[in-house]
Design a protein around this ligand. Structure first.
Ligand code: ZN
Length: 176
């Protein structure tokens, strides 16, 4: 098994109060868990890949959600608490799934990755749809339950069920 840690959308607009689509106070709980996962992955030599929402100013997604994560704005930047290291990879995306229209799949395959461990937000949107595409492409998926969150607690819980029961993701809790 060769695993990569995938950090989903830990950008200002979602993760910090005042951001365009702030997820809420649960962000304060998952940030230390993700820091812990980053330390673990880097120490183990596991590749770390950040997926970041990166929208055009008139992106079609803004028909459903208020404008957020516009390329070139602070809102689209990874929060400094979780800053990437030199060796990490950052992959911008315009859709929920980190695989759609991006280099994610070839980036993982070039590194011989067969297992993805997901942390970040939102559990029911970008985490869920990235996990779904990962499973379609044949990757094993692990989700750190206390390292993912959403602005919608019910949707978060339903997505955890969907990840486990329908997508066959391995659910785990990271030590703090
Ligand atoms: Zn978006």
């Amino acid at each position: 098994m060769r695993r990569a840690l995938i950090v989903v959308d830990m950008i200002h607009d979602f993760a910090h109060e005042g951001g365009a689509l702030y997820c809420g106070p649960s962000m304060g709980k998952i940030i230390p868990v993700i820091q812990n996962e980053l330390d673990r992955a880097r120490a183990a030599g596991e590749p770390v890949v950040y997926l970041t929402d990166a929208h055009m100013p008139d992106d079609a997604e803004f028909q459903m959600f208020p404008p957020h994560a516009i390329v070139g704005t602070k809102g689209a930047e990874i929060v400094p608490e979780l800053a990437p290291s030199e060796a990490d990879v950052v992959i911008p995306k315009r859709r929920y799934s980190g695989f759609f229209g991006t280099d994610l799949d070839i980036t993982l395959r070039e590194r011989g990755i067969d297992t993805l461990r997901l942390v970040g937000d939102c559990t029911n949107i970008c985490v869920l749809y990235t996990a779904a595409d990962a499973r379609n492409l044949g990757y094993a998926v692990e989700v750190v339950e206390n390292g993912v969150t959403s602005f919608d607690e019910d949707a978060h819980r339903n997505a955890l069920k969907e990840l486990e029961k329908t997508l066959g993701a391995k659910m785990l809790r990271s030590a703090m």
